[in-house]
Write a protein that binds this ligand. Structure first.
Ligand SMILES: [Fe+2]
Length: 546
């Protein structure tokens, strides 16, 4: 587009000049003149004669020896035939233009015929065509030369600006890519984004923006505290059978890389690529910094060695991306630490409550475990499974507000005592409602004693009106209540509990959840039951001895 608009303008100016009997030519590298596109009889008439050609050569030569930035030389080659040479040198380029023009004196000059003969043109025809043109008057020569210089200069400036615009456009394009990348990376960064999801976005985005066959990120998981499910290696693009090789090399590089700047490593001469094969000759390596030292690398490479070396902008973008990954992972590690601390605090608090009673000792931990297993069996995502686990831990927290004598009363409860027990979901909700991390957990605390048939408490809601998380915790809670010893009865055998679960499908429990619940492998659960009993007994013995 840019080139086309430039050409259109020059053609227009040439046409205008031609009507005044002016023709110009540009100069090639070897100093000869190049006729403009569409050169015609007038060009031939003006440039073909021997005296003109000699004079043009001389003038160009004297222009070349002139070191001025811009110069205009002119002379009258023969009466009525004028030559001017305009040259201009900028930082970018050096251009010389030659222009010839005639005044109407030429028609009466003895040289007219010589010019026609040199151009092999019919003089009657030439004369008639020249007479139809708006030829320059002898008195206008100086002003014409001034005008043509001005015109060529302004064309030069336009062309220079067009080039600058082109450069700017290119820079803008690169900046746009950079901003686009930042934007999509920042858009995918929130503390709740899992490191795996974030790094996948980074590698995919880089793969889209940059001309590499693959982008890989290797994180040394023993150097930074990230969620357990993060395995440390992410790839954008298809590595195919190269996958394990790149993973190995990436780990070697991550363990040995120094500094923080991106670099290009030649796979042929670097020992860390020993025993590997099929790499391109170069791999871009960007270290990912942790709080104390390197925690990983971002790599960019190609299948074939045909590609040019990575450009500055590519290196810059890869460097920026690895910086961003570093910031994200350090935040994720902080978040993970906070999250573990929070969970630890909740567990300690809940254990303290459970430990008050031999019969509920470990109850919340077991309900949390069962609820989590059920959520996993139902195919829920990691985020929901985590929430279900937390809900299981805190579901009975409201029992803090129920008198201990009621909680541990061996016999049947009277109406008031039963009301006191039934208040624990609401008390629990009140205790937890101001803790931001408990958003999404409260429905489980509030409704884990509702029944599918609507005969539960506190709101007697039924079916899918009961929040899913509450239905899940409810099953786990009932199972643990039946499986563990209570004040009023002994633990029931497993086969009886399972039969009871099946029997209550669609009355007490969500019928769709019973199947996945019965599919749980209860081995771990049984260990928890025995562990809890043992812990309680030794605690009691300890107290007795003291
Ligand atoms: Fe409860």
């Amino acid at each position: 587009m840019r080139h086309a608009s430039k050409e259109i303008q020059i053609v227009d100016n040439d046409e205008m000049l031609r009507r005044m009997g002016v023709v110009r030519r540009s100069i090639s590298d070897d100093g000869s003149t190049i006729p403009s596109q569409g050169a015609d009889w007038l060009d031939a008439f003006l440039f073909s004669s021997a005296p003109v050609r000699t004079r043009v050569r001389e003038m160009i030569a004297s222009t070349n020896s002139n070191d001025m930035n811009e110069s205009t030389l002119s002379c009258e080659v023969i009466p009525g035939l004028h030559l001017m040479v305009f040259s201009r040198t900028t930082r970018r380029e050096s251009t010389t233009t030659v222009a010839m023009f005639i005044t109407n004196e030429i028609l009466d000059s003895a040289y007219f015929e010589m010019l026609c003969q040199a151009a092999q043109l019919d003089r009657i025809l030439v004369r008639s065509m020249l007479e139809q043109m708006n030829l320059i008057q002898p008195g206008e020569v100086d002003r014409t030369i001034e005008f043509i210089s001005l015109l060529i200069r302004s064309e030069g400036e336009v062309s220079q600006r067009t080039n600058m615009l082109g450069d700017l456009g290119k820079q803008l394009g690169e900046s746009y890519e950079e901003i686009h990348l930042y934007h999509s990376l920042i858009g995918s960064t929130s503390v709740s984004t899992s490191p795996m999801a974030f790094l996948t976005t980074v590698t995919d985005e880089l793969k889209t923006v940059l001309p590499f066959s693959w982008i890989a990120i290797r994180i040394l998981t023993d150097r930074i505290n990230l969620p357990e499910d993060f395995d440390g290696f992410v790839v954008g693009g298809d590595l195919g059978r190269q996958h394990p090789v790149v993973s190995t090399v990436a780990e070697r590089l991550a363990l040995s890389i120094d500094g923080r700047e991106p670099s290009i490593i030649s796979t042929e001469s670097d020992a860390r690529f020993e025993g590997t094969f099929g790499f391109s000759s170069d791999v871009v390596v960007c270290p990912i910094a942790g709080d104390s030292g390197t925690i990983g690398v971002l790599l960019a490479g190609n299948d074939a060695s045909s590609r040019d070396e990575a450009s500055n902008i590519e290196m810059k973008l890869l460097g920026a991306a690895s910086e961003h990954v570093s910031v994200f992972l350090r935040n994720a590690a902080l978040y993970e630490n906070l999250d573990s601390m929070f969970l630890g605090t909740v567990q300690a608090m809940v254990s303290a409550i459970d430990a008050k009673d031999r019969y509920t000792c470990g109850h919340s931990q077991r309900v949390a475990w069962l609820a989590r297993e059920l959520a996993i069996n139902c195919g829920h995502d990691a985020e929901f499974v985590k929430r279900v686990h937390l809900a299981g831990l805190v579901h009975d927290v409201g029992k803090i507000g129920v008198p201990e004598r009621v909680l541990s009363k061996p016999g049947r409860l009277d109406d008031d005592e039963f009301k006191a027990i039934q208040a624990h979901p609401e008390i629990g909700s009140r205790i937890l409602r101001d803790i931001p991390q408990m958003d999404g957990i409260l429905p489980a605390v509030m409704h884990h004693h509702e029944r599918w048939d609507g005969r539960g408490y506190p709101d007697a809601i039924s079916g899918e009106d009961i929040p899913l998380i509450a239905r899940i915790v409810s099953i786990a809670d009932a199972f643990d209540a039946m499986s563990s010893t209570r004040t009023y009865r002994a633990a029931r055998p497993r086969h009886e509990v399972l039969a009871e679960m099946n029997r209550c499908r669609g009355t007490q429990f969500d019928p769709d959840l019973v199947g996945p619940f019965l599919a749980i492998d209860f081995e771990e659960y049984d260990k928890m039951i025995h562990g809890a009993l043992h812990a309680f007994e030794s605690d009691q013995e300890g107290r007795a001895a003291a």
